[in-house]
Design a protein around this ligand. Structure first.
Ligand code: ZN
Ligand code: ZN
Ligand code: FE
Length: 745
């Protein structure tokens, strides 16, 4: 049979991942002629083949993909017959619609790791060894297309040997943008607080390792920012880091050399091992082993979970080759500020670190470590950043307008939406400082620049005081033609999951979280909503209680507990002999009672996150939090699966009365029983409200980061859906907002 000419367009993550050489090798193997090039929609192939050959070629193409590539769609059309002498990679320099994706930063591959430790290799011990299948991408890119001149590698001129690899289609480093070597690539240096130290480059890792072994705190420049590192087995060093960083209790992530070391520290199931070893190399939250006593108790005080991750750069591997012990590796930032990405920013932390292990490859786009956990076989992502970001999420329908979604205020992310896809930024962080808002705006600019994107619609949260809302209003004020849309926070939570799972039709959404602005101006957070893409009906909610002191109540569980006590017992609560009352002075109690009674700075809320706080205080577990989510973590510690039964609660006319639960908790002798029954009560509340609905069950909101609650819900409802591509916390809001933009025609 005579061959015909086919034009094949492949969409997906197919640029900057070694796709063209892969196609080239494949075509040669099949003895086919034609060409392959990068186009605006992905990779374009012209091929002379018979229909059978074409089919076999496309099958092999999909089965043998390079490690970092993924295919969304393949379009094949037969075109006018063309003649080719052989198969060629055609280099193009097209500009056009930029729908091509930025590949994320991934960990060093096995082949590069082997070369790193091979004394015969010319890159032996080179801390920036990389190839087409691994290394930095997003963090070094200024602009698309992903080409060396559009990355911070443009400041390094390739040597002859590197260039030969770079231009050879059959080399593993063909068009590997970040390649370099001892001769031509980025270099390391070591500084103390003020200046560069004079150390020979081949001795740098050794010297830095010795400093860590001596208990020093070393800021280490990584992929998307700096880590503060210290020896995790050295109590004094970890304590020093806590004191200097003014971070009394929030657990630190720990980098371990390999899975074997991880197994010494934590219990790890198959799925968790796969997550640790995945090319994204996230921090994986694991159950720590009580039997292991080598780790400093200061790493995660009072918490039996530990966040572990494996080395993901050659530099990390070189450090571990000498250190052979776990390292605390926490993002270098000032509390509430974004991760430091350059030495000028880092200098604000001079009081925290002793030394800096620095390199001269610029970080263009900051990106934190990602955080994930496995619950009942499901993967839940808590922070979506390095390795995963930016991600493209396909929608079940097309958006009418180019959309910019502003996200929320905590754990913020932003998203842009066009056609039937949404690109979600990495985790940006809390917008609690000027620095973080600047960084947030920079992330918006990056997405706009890289994707050549101008928003027609801006979607933001209904909360008038969110920084993201203020930035949105500012953008709208300066661009008259722009459409604006405010979306309710919890509806956005549920919409995000619907989009991620491509659900069509109605769902029963449960949004449990900290606080979000409600349609009635109250602070919602215990919401039951029947939702579809056109709107929602709030069918039930936790009955309102007062947050005495507003913002203060968010940090002080005792204030929420006190409010519920006043609600239940009135003034008589002041005479109760319980931990919450004892956590205040007599005059304080008086003042707070008056504030509660008169509703002075005491906004109404239905937040389940705050209920967790209240229970933690009622049981004397936590009265004032030193970090967000602390009360929930401490409650998890007390949970005992063997405790059955739940506490009474009321449910009438869409309002869930939690006061009977509060009273019952006070009557409980045993803290473990009380905590366990409280978890069971939340499950029972969901079961009760959900019972009459024959709809898919969707759970979202920050409270669903709680492992115990999730486990119980997965056991109770096999159909329960939680977000997996986006976090259940406010990091997923931007996707829901982008989806809602279809309201604007
Ligand atoms: Zn590699
Ligand atoms: Zn070189
Ligand atoms: Fe939320």
């Amino acid at each position: 049979m005579e061959p015909s000419t086919y034009k094949i367009t492949i969409e997906g993550t197919v640029q900057g991942v070694g796709f063209r050489p892969f196609v080239y090798t494949l075509a040669k193997r099949f003895g086919l002629t034609g060409s392959v090039c990068n186009g605006t929609q992905g990779v374009e192939i012209e091929l002379n083949a018979t229909p059978e050959m074409l089919e076999r070629f496309l099958q092999a193409l999909q089965e043998e993909l390079p490690p970092l590539a993924s295919i969304d769609a393949i379009h094949t059309v037969e075109c006018e017959a063309l003649h080719f002498d052989d198969f060629q990679i055609v280099t193009t320099n097209q500009e056009g619609e930029r729908t091509v994706r930025i590949p994320p930063d991934v960990s060093i591959c096995a082949e590069c790791e082997k070369e790193l430790f091979d004394p015969a290799n010319r890159r032996y011990g080179y801390p920036f060894i990389t190839c087409t299948h691994c290394g930095v991408r997003y963090s070094i890119i200024y602009d698309l297309p992903y080409d060396r001149k559009n990355t911070s590698m443009k400041f390094f001129k390739m040597c002859k040997t590197c260039e030969a690899e770079y231009t050879d289609p059959l080399d593993r480093r063909y068009h590997a943008q970040p390649i370099g070597c001892w001769e031509c690539g980025p270099t390391l240096s070591l500084r103390d607080k003020s200046e560069k130290l004079i150390v020979k480059s081949e001795e740098l890792i050794d010297v830095a390792s010795q400093l860590l072994l001596k208990g020093k705190i070393v800021a280490v420049k990584g992929v998307g920012g700096y880590h503060l590192m210290c020896d995790a087995t050295n109590e004094a060093a970890v304590l020093k880091l806590r004191e200097r960083k003014q971070r009394p209790a929030k657990p630190f992530a720990v980098m371990v050399r390999d899975v074997a070391m991880a197994r010494e520290l934590a219990e790890i199931c198959e799925q968790e091992e796969a997550l640790l070893l995945s090319k994204e190399r996230p921090v994986v939250l694991l159950k720590s082993k009580k039997s292991y006593t080598g780790l400093s108790s200061q790493v995660a005080p009072n918490i039996s979970r530990i966040g572990l991750f494996l080395p993901y750069t050659p530099l990390h591997l070189l450090l571990f080759e000498i250190l052979k012990r776990p390292l605390v590796a926490t993002s270098a930032n000032i509390t509430d500020e974004p991760i430091c990405t350059n030495i000028e920013d880092l200098e604000k932390l001079q009081g925290v670190y002793d030394y800096v292990l620095e390199h001269d490859r610029r970080i263009v786009n900051g990106c934190d470590d990602s955080v994930v956990m496995a619950v009942e076989g499901q993967e839940v992502i808590l922070r979506r950043a390095r390795g995963y970001a930016p991600a493209s999420i396909k929608l079940p329908f097309s958006l009418p307008k180019q959309t910019l979604a502003m996200g929320a205020n905590q754990k913020s992310t932003v998203a842009i939406g066009f056609d039937n896809q949404v690109i979600l930024s990495p985790h940006i962080g809390d917008l609690g400082s000027i620095g973080s808002v600047v960084y947030y705006e920079k992330n918006i600019e990056t997405l706009k620049r890289v994707y050549g994107f101008e928003p027609e619609t801006i979607v933001y949260d209904k909360h008038p005081n969110y920084e993201s809302t203020k930035v949105a209003k500012h953008l709208i004020a300066h661009r008259s033609a722009l459409n604006a849309l405010a979306v309710q926070h919890h509806y956005a939570h549920i919409l995000g999951v619907m989009a991620e799972k491509q659900i069509e039709g109605k769902v029963f959404g449960v949004a449990f979280d900290g606080t979000g602005y409600g349609d009635d101006g109250r602070l919602w957070g215990g919401e039951f909503m029947v939702c579809d893409y056109d709107g929602y009906e709030r069918v039930a909610h936790i009955d309102y209680f007062k947050l005495i002191g507003g913002e203060k109540a968010i940090k002080e569980p005792r204030r929420v507990a006190l409010s519920l006590l006043f609600e239940r017992f009135g003034e008589a609560a002041l005479d109760l002999n319980i931990p919450t009352i004892q956590a205040f002075s007599k005059p304080q109690l008086r003042t707070l009672y008056i504030a509660w009674q008169k509703g002075l700075n005491a906004p109404l809320s239905s937040s389940v996150g705050r209920l967790f706080d209240a229970v933690a205080s009622l049981l004397g577990i936590c009265h004032v939090m030193s970090f967000e989510g602390e009360s929930g973590m401490l409650l998890e510690e007390q949970y005992d699966a063997s405790v059955t039964g739940y506490y009474p609660f009321g449910y009438q006319e869409g309002k869930i009365d939690i006061l009977p639960t509060v009273a019952a908790i006070l009557g409980e002798e045993d803290v473990t029983v009380a905590v366990s029954k409280f978890f069971n009560t939340l499950v029972e509340i969901i079961a009760t409200v959900y019972a009459p609905y024959d709809l898919p069950l969707v759970l979202s909101g920050g409270v669903f980061q709680n492992r115990v609650l999730l486990e119980l819900l997965f056991k109770r409802f096999s159909n329960a859906m939680v977000p997996t591509t986006i976090p259940p916390n406010d990091g997923g809001i931007a996707l829901g907002q982008a989806v809602a933009s279809h309201f604007v025609e």
